[in-house]
Design a protein around this ligand. Sequence first.
Ligand code: AMP
Length: 209
Amino acid sequence: MRMILVGPPGAGKGTQAARLVETYAIPHISTGDMFRAAVKAGTELGKRADEYMQQGALVPDSLVIDMVLERIQQPDCASGFMLDGFPRTTPQAQALDQALSAAGIELDAVVLIEVPDELIEDRIIHRRQDPETGAIYHLINNPPTDEAVRARLVHRKDDTAEACRARLEKYHAETAPIVPFYGAKGLLKRVDGVGSPDDVEVRIKAALA
Ligand code: AMP
């Protein structure tokens, strides 16, 4: 299974990706996670990406594209992969398309998780992550039951109301235009992202079946 998850910030891409990669036994390639790891490691790429991420801006295509094309050539991607958060611009989608065509590889599906803008800010502001397991929680709708997990939750630096608005704007301006690109290829599956993670997972699996 070679698939892409697309959706606005807070749509539940990370949560659903974690579930789907278990089902399909494929690597989860999240460009956001790759950049956060680079920031944490203090690499040159991390330093450059951090400036953009903190403002809710997109990291330049030139830094993202090579990183992903290199990643999907790794042996663990030979029989499939899940791209989460990439492509996010038309040049990224075109670069991926060219690289896959050159390698004679076809995508199986592009899942668009749709959530109305009005729900996004609440999801982002209350989003927390368990740094040990990567599990994502909502402080009100889906808090951890274990007190030890609750105590170690972290809030992403770019999960502020201001950065959220900037990211949502970027999503509509830069990322939404890739949706018709995949629609024209017959790969697009639109899924309603409103509801519990379990409900959304069922919808995605039904769309992929
Ligand atoms: P995410 O975890 O997917 O929400 O990504 C967090 C941040 O990383 C984004 O707001 C961007 O600053 C940056 N980022 C992640 N993926 C991309 C991408 N494909 N293109 C540009 N910037 C990205």
